[in-house]
Design a protein around this ligand. Structure first.
Ligand SMILES: [Zn+2]
Length: 337
């Protein structure tokens, strides 16, 4: 078992001035590439390029082929830095992995727990696929930049954390069924993330420094749990299956919104306290109905009924034989449809 951690985490209000010292400390070498988009180039990328002398590369596609090309342009570089939301982070993560270069995550929005994870979400034709990549060697978080992201995205990040409640319970269900041993430390680490959100709802809503820091660490510790365990199991169960099914059916809601919404019903199916989760979501300002996410009734029912077939991972869906009528009743019972 090989465990990898990011070995530097730089957090603060405008911490860009410390990046030079951090890079020196990490002994990466001087030649860097910053993968970002045009907006983030203006907001923070250009400033970081000035400080580090790194070359800015605008990544506008997450298609496998263009990421392969992008990785070729990284050959002469010592390190890669991804600055932006999910797309730039995934592009940097995967291109760096293909090129065999260390990479640094500089998220500008806290919308999901993929920042620290070793897997990248990329496009293959019309669908998204999750592919193997590597963990970031460092994480940089600028609280000023993060506070400017739309609140909807932060709420979605909190939603991705909340979904750990369902994922961890699924893991325990898999253990009871003799399918996969529950790992107490990684399971509790994933639940610790939830606690960080739960206890700091007001600060997260105010988007103050403490709230953002707690959300950031919630996402980081979810990522740690997945990376240490070696699979997404600690933070991805039946509720992520439902979200993947929704993606495949063309839903355009944010990942964190979908997994949180699904968590209400998967926890209901697990026999858990779904009402408390729904209340927490309402407190944060997350949608709790399919309609709010522009998902119609039929699509929501189909997504839940077909979620078991999404992948090989033992969850509550393997234990409740969910035909459409039963899925409809469950969704209606907890007010999702
Ligand atoms: Zn997720």
């Amino acid at each position: 078992m090989m465990i990898k951690f990011p070995y530097r985490v730089l957090i603060g209000k405008s911490p860009e001035g410390d990046i030079g010292a951090m890079l020196e400390d990490m002994r990466f070498g001087k030649k860097g590439a910053i993968i970002t988009d045009n907006n983030m180039k203006k907001l923070v990328g250009a400033k970081v390029a000035d400080i580090t002398g790194a070359e800015i590369i605008i990544a506008d596609s997450l298609e496998m082929e263009s990421l392969r090309k992008l990785s070729l342009s990284l050959k002469g570089k010592d390190y890669v830095m991804g600055i932006g939301g999910g797309r730039s982070i995934d592009a940097a993560k995967y291109a760096a992995y293909l090129a065999g270069k260390p990479w640094i995550a500089f998220p500008t929005v806290l919308s999901h727990d993929g920042v620290v994870s070793s897997r990248a979400s990329i496009n293959s034709g019309s669908s998204k696929v999750s592919v193997e990549a590597s963990e970031p060697s460092a994480i940089i978080a600028d609280m000023d930049v993060l506070s400017r992201a739309p609140y909807r995205h932060m709420a979605a990040g909190a939603g991705d954390v909340i979904s750990n409640i369902s994922a961890v319970e699924d893991w325990k269900i898999a253990d009871k069924a003799g399918k996969e041993k529950y790992h107490t430390v990684m399971g509790e680490l994933a639940l610790l993330s939830v606690k960080a959100v739960q206890e700091n709802v007001d600060d997260i809503k105010k988007r103050n420094q403490h709230g953002m820091e707690m959300l950031l660490w919630g996402l980081i510790s979810s990522g740690f749990a997945m990376n240490i365990y070696g699979s997404s199991r600690p933070a991805s169960g039946s509720e992520h299956n439902v979200s993947h099914a929704l993606d495949a059916m063309g839903s355009t809601a944010l990942h964190g919104e979908q997994v949180a919404l699904a968590t209400i019903v998967t926890v209901y199916l697990q026999g858990g306290d779904w009402k408390t989760i729904k209340k927490l979501m309402l407190d944060i300002g997350l949608p709790t109905t399919a309609k709010e996410l522009s998902i119609d009734r039929g699509t929501m029912i189909k997504a839940l009924a077909s979620a078991k077939a999404v992948r090989e991972r033992y969850t509550v869906l393997n234990e409740v034989n969910l035909k459409e009528a039963k899925a409809e009743k469950a969704l209606a019972d907890c007010g999702i449809i």
